[in-house]
Design a protein around this ligand. Structure first.
Ligand SMILES: [Zn+2]
Ligand SMILES: [Zn+2]
Length: 260
């Protein structure tokens, strides 16, 4: 099961014109029979229910605020002894710990959150890959200011790919195809439209059209365009979606649940 808890890029925008697709920043939860895997903790992370029965692993793509800002705003309403593995292919565990600790303390935050909550085990990405080989965890370097890591996991022969945030370059095509071909579900950064890209060069995001072009070279079940621009209204997304000829390509919608 895959749950899209947040599909909005850069800043939450819960307005009457965005409520349909959703206003929370990125967080995707993937549940298998043994694991609860969470990709990023934007504001949508507040809705994640922690399961006592499953091993929870939280993967961080990078430390831009829209991908971490929700970490302190979950009720963590689970067994108090439950630990959450927190890892990132983007940086070693010490830097991951330091980045999050600094973000959630004075002068940006009222309390020293990471220390107070005491729930996270910061583990090197390579160790997580090695310790959980039944998940076949893989990562890819994405083109983003300060870099960003995309992820794939393959569980019980089903593959899931998470590819936010990435400014698509044609020289990525071969590697991206190899990385995400034959997936059940691929999450793609479609923050912009082609017509908006010239003004947003270097901002680190791709277009909806670039996603559709790549999807046309891939085998998959669902290709979900996500990280919607904060100003992209429901009516515009619906209009673009209605013109898509491939029904397997869709715009990610908050709270939707997808088979996995
Ligand atoms: Zn982002
Ligand atoms: Zn970013």
């Amino acid at each position: 099961m895959i749950i899209n808890h947040g599909v909005r890029g850069s800043i939450p925008n819960p307005s009457k014109n965005t409520i349909g697709f959703g206003g929370n920043t990125p967080c995707v939860e993937v549940k298998t029979s043994k694991y609860q895997l969470i990709f990023d903790c934007g504001s949508g992370f507040s809705k994640v229910d922690f399961s006592n029965d499953l091993q929870t692993i939280l993967f961080i793509s990078h430390f831009h605020h829209d991908h971490i800002q929700g970490l302190a705003f979950n009720s963590y309403n689970s067994d108090e002894n439950k630990k959450i593995i927190l890892t990132s292919a983007h940086s070693n565990s010490k830097d991951t710990y330091n980045n999050l600790t600094n973000y959630f303390k004075n002068p940006y935050f009222p309390v020293d959150f990471i220390e107070i909550i005491g729930k996270f085990e910061f583990i090197e990405f390579e160790k997580v890959v090695n310790d959980f080989q039944d998940l076949a965890i893989n990562s890819i370097n994405l083109n983003h200011p300060g870099n960003c890591s995309g992820y794939s996991i393959t569980s019980e022969e089903k593959k899931f790919c998470y590819l936010l945030d990435n400014e698509y370059e044609s020289n990525q095509k071969k590697e991206l195809i190899e990385f995400c071909n034959f997936s059940e579900t691929i999450i793609w950064d479609g923050m912009f439209l082609d017509k908006e890209l010239p003004d947003k060069k270097g901002w680190g995001h791709s277009s909806v059209e670039q996603g559709i072009n790549l999807a046309n070279e891939l085998e998959f079940k669902n290709f979900l365009i996500s990280h919607h621009s904060p100003t992209r209204e429901d009516s515009e997304i619906k209009q673009i979606q209605n013109n898509l000829s491939n029904i397997k390509i869709k715009f990610a919608s908050e709270n939707e649940v997808i088979d996995f």
